[in-house]
Write a protein that binds this ligand. Structure first.
Ligand code: NAD
Length: 479
């Protein structure tokens, strides 16, 4: 089994403690995948010191060179699609086709970020005083911490690292401890692309490693994707020293179905958006809010589309849904299902593990559908992060919007309808960072992505808004 290291100051280095942990394949949990460092304060400190030393040279490098380097990285990433997709599936579990799409997506986002290096434009202003020139410039923050979850082990880091580097920052990257192999692979590609030592550093370890990183005063910007609970903690910590944050957090994304003639099309989109990545996506559609008169036929169609999902080892051809990422995730999902049943929700599909012995045979969970779920049920209010879809029946549009807005989250929402008046009402009334009409909750590699309420804070990621996240504005008066 291969032993991997941290990447600090342009070198692959062992942790001072010499302590490592193993990762495992969620489709075959007895299969260890590799050994990874259990980094502590020493490694975080070394990574931050290296980033501090490298930041000025990097920010002063001509932007065309920075952009060229990021484009080289993007190309190397695209060229590695097959190899890296296999690593994602092995450590995260998702179907190989999803993993390959994730790598392709990350490569496109990196090339967009490369272009942003050339678009770091300020503004000029007319002056009220003669002879005074007034303008703004965008300056890098300095050292940025990038902290990522396990559900998108390639696109989530690239979405932070590439724009942070494009904007002239040095970066210390802490991936989820469940998916460090993809992170190591990404660092090898940055190294091949010619990134100077210290500009990007990788520190692998548990949440305590991340906590050390975000608490350090040398970090002036934090880009975090993960749970709302951890995001709030990071926000508080950053506020104490006014560090800039970009927080991408949880979601409980509604699919509202009202006055809809194409119920089969709606069901197909909903099922795809709900069960991709076994429902372990922040933008997964995770509740259906449907008007009473359409509920029975919609549920039939949802069931029909769910039957086509082929659950299995993500590396096997034909698999469309892999296992849950870990034993812990499996227990969380099972707990919600149990509480849902106890609370009176009607279980109409799934609701159980697909293996008798998950620790040996994999954390496979059946696609699960609940009907007649109360809007107060935890199934309807909380982020489950698994293949569980509750259906809530409502009287009318008013009630559907009220329930859609009735959770702490505001990441993404979909409406399926043929009624243009409802479309306008939905776009106006639903409190959500992203809204979709007659479409599942998808995103594109050049369009701002983010949430409101407890789903996010700071500038949206992807697209031109990344410059707000990774730069400070400076206003100049020059006579
Ligand atoms: P998590 O919050 O447990 O961990 C995320 C990362 O933060 C990991 O690297 C972890 O080690 C680190 N971490 C944990 N505690 C920390 C602390 N106190 N200080 C600093 N770092 C710390 O999340 P997860 O279980 O890995 O991922 C699932 C969550 O991520 C879900 O809630 C999901 O909605 C969210 N997510 C959001 C988006 C989005 O764009 N909004 C995208 C993907 C995932």
């Amino acid at each position: 089994m291969e032993r991997h290291q941290n990447y600090i100051d342009g070198e692959w280095v062992a942790p001072k403690s010499k302590e490592y942990y193993q990762t495992h394949n969620p489709a075959r949990p007895q299969e260890a995948l590799g050994e990874f460092p259990l980094s502590a304060a020493t490694e975080v400190d070394a990574a931050l010191a290296a980033a501090e030393r490298a930041r000025d040279t990097w920010s002063e490098m001509p932007v065309t060179q920075r952009a060229a380097l990021l484009l080289r990285f993007s190309q190397l990433l695209a060229d590695s699609t097959n190899e890296l997709a296999k690593i994602i599936t092995l450590e995260q579990g998702k179907a190989l086709c999803e993993s390959a799409a994730e790598v392709t997506r990350a490569a496109t986002e990196a090339s967009f970020a490369a272009g942003e290096a050339l678009r770091l434009c300020g503004q000029t202003f007319p002056s009220e005083r003669p002879g005074l020139t007034c303008y703004t410039v965008l300056e890098p923050l300095g050292v940025v911490a990038a902290i990522t979850p396990w559900n998108f082990p390639v696109v989530s880091p690239v979405r932070k690292i590439a724009p942070a580097l494009a904007c002239g920052n040095a970066v210390v990257f802490k991936p989820s401890s469940l998916t460090p192999w993809s992170a190591v692979f990404l660092l090898t590609l940055f190294e091949k692309a010619g990134l100077p030592g210290g500009v990007l550093n990788l520190v692998i370890g548990p949440s305590a490693t991340g906590e050390r990183l975000v608490s350090d005063p040398r970090v002036s910007g934090i880009s975090f994707t993960g749970s709302t609970a951890v995001g709030m903690r990071i926000y508080e910590c950053a506020a104490r020293r006014m560090a800039k944050v970009q927080l991408e957090l949880g979601g409980k994304n509604p699919a509202i179905v009202l006055d809809c003639q194409d119920l089969d099309g709606a069901a197909s989109q909903i099922v795809a958006a709900a069960f991709l990545c076994s429902g372990q996506r922040c933008t997964a559609l995770s509740r259906v809010i449907v008007e009473d008169s359409l509920a029975d036929p919609l549920v039939d169609r949802l069931l029909a589309h769910m039957k086509r999902i082929c659950v299995g080892n993500g590396l096997e051809p034909g698999t469309t849904m892999g296992p849950l990422v870990s034993r812990e995730q499996m227990e969380i999902v099972a707990g919600y299902v149990r509480r849902g049943i106890e609370g009176g929700a009607m279980l109409i599909a799934g609701g159980h593990m697909l293996t008798a012995d998950p620790e040996n045979q994999g954390y496979f969970y059946a696609p699960t559908l609940f009907d007649r779920v109360s809007p107060e049920s935890p199934l309807a209010l909380e982020e489950i992060f698994g293949p569980v879809l509750p259906v809530i029946r409502v009287r009318d549009a008013q009630q559907s919007f009220q329930i859609a807005n009735g959770t702490r989250y505001g990441l993404a929402a979909s409406l399926f309808t043929q009624n243009p008046c409802l479309v306008h009402e939905f776009i106006k009334r639903v409190k959500s960072g992203m809204v979709h009409v007659n479409h599942g909750t998808a995103s594109q590699p050049h369009i701002p992505f983010g949430g409101v309420k407890d789903s996010g804070q700071g500038a949206f990621s992807i697209g031109p808004t990344v410059k707000e996240a990774f730069t400070n504005l400076k206003t100049v008066y020059f006579k």
